[in-house]
Design a protein around this ligand. Structure first.
Ligand code: AMP
Length: 329
């Protein structure tokens, strides 16, 4: 049995990228493994230090998680900020993380570009907090999208370094996981890069049908192929990647053929894609609305989840303190 961990920042609603990159795999694993699922509300402060409605957003993300099929009776679902053990491990790991390696991570460099007026120390040590989140439960598998590959490599590095420095093999080295083997990157609708909540290019699971139609119809494409089997431009490749994960195989094949023989009309393709996304989202969206209306249920899930997660985290912290050499005087 593997120990599986997955998390999500509470800065915005869940989008299709989150679903296919992380959630879908987690839901498939929950029955047969020891699974932890958490909402990274501390992490969200690295980009949004003064959130206008932190509580509301956390509640929304929790409801969205549950609506996607995470079962709190089976998996342990909790909020990062409910466990004081996580910041404690983060502090200890900071002592063995080097500034140089943190400055070189791609996600840090990206954030420096995106928010030059707020290059805070939390951004720099983001991979350390992420490592603490993961190894606090000694997780072995982490269902993530391709965007998190490097951060997970950092987690492995810190786990390895801890083991070497303190002459132990206490922490396992966790690996990224996707059922389809290759890690997934769901593209955004703006023609470049990945779908992300900070990028303004996402389709959210709670989006209403008319919003989805509008977003998809506005997605970037190109002037169309002019010769048979022409190589695709990045924006068109992105549309096909989305269609490949969302639509039926026959639909995907139909439009690929139309592309290859130069008869494709992107308008038709987008209309079809929008309807397929709407159908995919519909049952999840319904459940999100239902769960959001049930405060008592959400409160119970968070409380019980925190208790279960704390038990596992407490054990790790006690072991780590002993390994490093802390003792009561
Ligand atoms: P975040 O939204 O950055 O908190 O990411 C939460 C989880 O969703 C992580 O496991 C990411 O790897 C995954 N994820 C986010 N965006 C994408 C995307 N565009 N494609 C695939 N996975 C993604």
């Amino acid at each position: 049995m593997e120990t599986v961990l997955s998390g999500i920042r509470s800065t915005g609603n869940l989008h299709i990228g989150n679903y296919f990159g992380a959630l879908k795999n987690f839901v498939k694993m929950q029955d047969e493994n020891r699974c932890f699922f958490f909402i990274a509300d501390y992490h969200s402060l690295t980009t949004h230090p003064t959130p206008d409605d932190l509580h509301g957003k956390v509640k929304q993300v929790l409801a969205e998680y549950l609506a996607c099929g995470i079962d709190p009776e089976v998996a342990t679902v909790y909020l990062q900020s409910d466990l004081t053990e996580i910041p404690e491990l983060y502090l200890l790991l900071n002592m063995i993380a080097y500034i140089g390696e943190l400055e070189r991570t791609t996600s840090f460099k990206d954030k420096v570009r995106m928010q030059p007026d707020n290059v805070n120390a939390g951004l720099l040590t983001y991979p350390v907090l992420m490592a603490a989140d993961i190894i606090i439960h000694k997780a072995t598998k982490v269902p993530v999208g391709k965007d998190q590959e490097q951060n997970l490599e950092m987690t492995r590095k810190f786990a390895r370094r801890f083991n070497t420095m303190y002459k132990t093999n206490y922490f396992p080295e966790p690996t990224a996981y996707n059922f389809d083997e290759a890690l997934v990157k769901i593209p955004g609708l703006d023609g470049t890069g990945k779908m992300g909540k900070s990028e303004g290019n996402a389709i959210y699971l709670v989006d209403e049908p008319k919003v989805i139609r509008k977003k998809v119809m506005k997605a970037v494409s190109d002037i169309g192929p002019t010769q048979e089997n022409q190589e695709m431009s990045e924006p068109v490749k992105n549309l096909f990647t989305l269609m490949n994960v969302i639509s039926e195989a026959d639909t995907f094949k139909f439009f690929i053929e139309k592309y290859n023989n130069c008869t494709i009309r992107y308008g038709d393709m987008k209309k079809q894609l929008a309807e397929d996304i709407i159908n995919f989202n519909a049952p999840i969206r319904e459940r999100i609305i239902e769960i959001m209306a049930d405060d008592a249920y959400l409160g119970k899930v968070a409380k019980e989840g925190a208790e279960k997660a704390r038990e596992s985290a407490r054990k790790t912290i006690n072991d780590v303190r002993e390994i490093i050499g802390f003792k009561q005087l």
